[in-house]
Design a protein around this ligand. Structure first.
Ligand SMILES: NC(=O)c1ccc[n+]([C@@H]2O[C@H](COP(=O)([O-])OP(=O)(O)OC[C@H]3O[C@@H](n4cnc5c(N)ncnc54)[C@H](O)[C@@H]3O)[C@@H](O)[C@H]2O)c1
Length: 345
């Protein structure tokens, strides 16, 4: 088991990678605790949950909305949860996002912790304290930054994940490798079979590397005013693909990473060999979507991007595997690249 501590503004968050999820019982206050989960997770693991009130949501992105926060806050009030209360998330990114948001607004803030049950949430969503709900069709428009006291990442929980969910998480892991950890990239490249078999020791190592990297970035830039922006690699195009095609987050980000790598190559930031390595790895795990968004569709979606300020966008480029940079690029240039890319196809 690896314990990774994330320090932000005087707050300590402990990420326990490789810990058995059942150990969560020992981390909870004796009373005033509730669990938020979803119906899939509660069906698989609910009989071993600590004996506290459980509120289970419909699985999936549809539960990430303000109405659900209001519904849950009502449930907490009815259950007698006061300012000393504790909310535990047991689930993937959706449940961690909803729980973090709820914990940060209920009675102006109560304590929270996560048992992170998908690969995507273990390598990304549950570290860093960002949470959010969607506003209509626009993702994560309402949210706060609040660190959970602890996060448990148990590789055994990943054995029950459907294949598409598992692969979606793998895309975020590959993102971490491309932007900040060449060794991690090499390890993923040479461990294809073990990754597909979901080997627990390897997953503990991979998740720990990813959490350590994200933790370092977040500790330095919790509010995303600079360095943290590199975590958005692939996300400008990725969010557009996600919204237009309705595919899982990781698959959309993978397509966005392929495009961003091409854009980096066009600017001579990356060699043809490294570009090919990235593209080959994404394709080997069957992560890349067919890109059939028209130029108009892309324009509309990119204009909605939260990373846009005025007519510029903070675009993340790769400077070679393991290195990333953020540049303010006029939206027109980003769209111009997409048009050239499409014309070449
Ligand atoms: N806050 C952040 O920093 C951050 C970062 C990245 C992504 N996100 C958010 O995370 C969300 C996506 O997360 P996700 O992919 O984990 O989605 P999810 O929470 O919807 O989980 C995916 C599916 O897997 C099921 N599931 C969860 N754990 C399982 C298990 N152990 N075994 C079997 N099934 C299981 C769920 O019921 C669901 O159907 C998106 O809303 C995204 O915006 C947040």
């Amino acid at each position: 088991m690896e314990k990774i501590t994330i320090n932000t503004r005087g707050f300590r968050s402990e990420i326990l990678v490789g810990e058995r999820w059942e150990a969560v019982s020992g981390l909870l206050p004796e009373k005033n605790t509730v669990i938020i989960t979803d119906d899939n997770v509660s069906q698989l693991y609910g009989n071993r949950f600590p004996k506290v009130p459980v509120f289970s949501l419909a699985p999936g992105e549809g539960s990430k909305k303000l109405g659900v926060i209001e519904y849950l806050a009502g449930k907490l009030l009815k259950a007698g949860i006061d300012r000393s209360g504790f909310v535990l998330a047991v689930g993937g990114g959706v449940i961690c996002d909803v729980t973090g948001f709820l914990a940060s607004v209920y009675m102006r803030g109560i304590r929270c912790g996560y048992v992170s049950s998908t690969l995507l949430s273990q390598v990304d969503a549950s570290t860093g304290g960002k949470n959010g709900v969607n506003l209509g069709g626009t993702k994560n428009m309402l949210g706060t930054i609040r660190q959970p006291e602890f996060v448990i990442c148990d590789p055994a929980m990943l054995l029950t994940l459907p294949e598409q969910e598992y692969l979606s998480g793998l895309a975020e892991l590959i993102k971490t490798a491309i932007i900040g950890d060449k060794e991690l990239f090499d390890l993923i490249e040479r461990s294809f079979d073990k990754i597909m078999l979901r080997n627990s020791d390897l997953l503990t190592l991979l998740v720990a590397k990813s959490v350590r990297f994200k933790g370092l970035i977040v500790s330095n830039d919790e509010m995303e005013t600079g360095l943290r922006r590199i975590l958005n690699f692939g996300h400008t195009f990725g969010h557009a693909v996600e919204m237009q095609k309705g595919v899982k987050h990781g698959f959309a980000v993978a397509s966005g990473m392929e495009l961003s790598t091409e854009f980096s190559f066009e600017r001579r930031y990356i060699s043809v060999d490294e570009k090919e390595r990235i593209s080959k790895l994404l394709k080997r795990f069957k992560l890349v979507e067919k890109l059939d968004l028209t130029d108009d569709q892309m324009e509309k979606l990119v204009l909605h991007d939260k990373k846009k300020t005025g007519s510029d966008i903070h675009f993340v480029f790769t400077r070679g595997i393991g290195k990333a940079i953020v540049e303010k690029v006029p939206v027109g240039e980003v769209l111009g690249f997409y048009k050239r890319f499409r014309d070449k196809k």
